[in-house]
Design a protein around this ligand. Sequence first.
Ligand code: ZN
Ligand code: ZN
Length: 276
Amino acid sequence: MVEVIFLGTGGGRFAMITQKAKTGGIRIISNKTNMHVDPGPGALIYSLEQGLDPQKINVLFISHAHLDHTNDACLLLEAMTRGGRSKRGTLAASHSVIEGNEICDKAITRYHIGLPERVIEAKDGTKFDVGDFEVEVVKAIHADPDTVGFCLKTPDAGSIGYLPDSEYFEDLGAFFKGVRLLILSVLRPAGKPWKGHMTTEDAARIAEEARPDLLVITHFGMQMLLSPPFREARIIEEKTGIHTIAAKYGMRISMDGKIRMGESKKQADLSLFMGR
Ligand SMILES: [Zn+2]
Ligand SMILES: [Zn+2]
């Protein structure tokens, strides 16, 4: 079984600095793999709050070098490597995150890049195995030109697609074709396009082409939050016939033969932290 847990649903500057929606990213957990995707501000604290031990992470995937995706990266690398004492785990991140590019400074310090056992530069077409997942990287079109998403194959729960901030482009539908769960970052509501980002209409186009069993929209900007997101999810579902939900903080999706949705397991007292 694979479990996907949303540690935030916010994206962009204003959702982030106001924390009108949390920005901790996504955790994907199987028997052998404990993967954190896009550790924005709050990734560490919301992991603890949700009872997900950050020291059990064994792969950190970072799509691009914007702060709502990278802020807690160094913290999680310290957690993954037992405070830097144990060389373990994999960091898979865009070139911009690891090296920087002409637009973005690198997002991880030299010290922290030296902590994990393996560092993979994730570019369009890169394939790697991690635990019991097979990951294939896909490009995105965004202000950071090195931005990437992925499709990952699980051993017994089908595949999961993830696209961070991106404009719509033609290859996306084909790349994600047949995934069971598709997670799209839809910063803007219908009718409010913004260069380098996706609107509800763009998400519907990708969904229509990819035909996932379940589409989850997340990474909401302020205009999306005001819409609100569940209404935008309904627009996509009515247009495409694909089951579509708007992510909520703490939402858990379990995938085996079936796909099931669970509620937040918010811990009132972090000292009761059980971890997994
Ligand atoms: Zn973003
Ligand atoms: Zn971005």
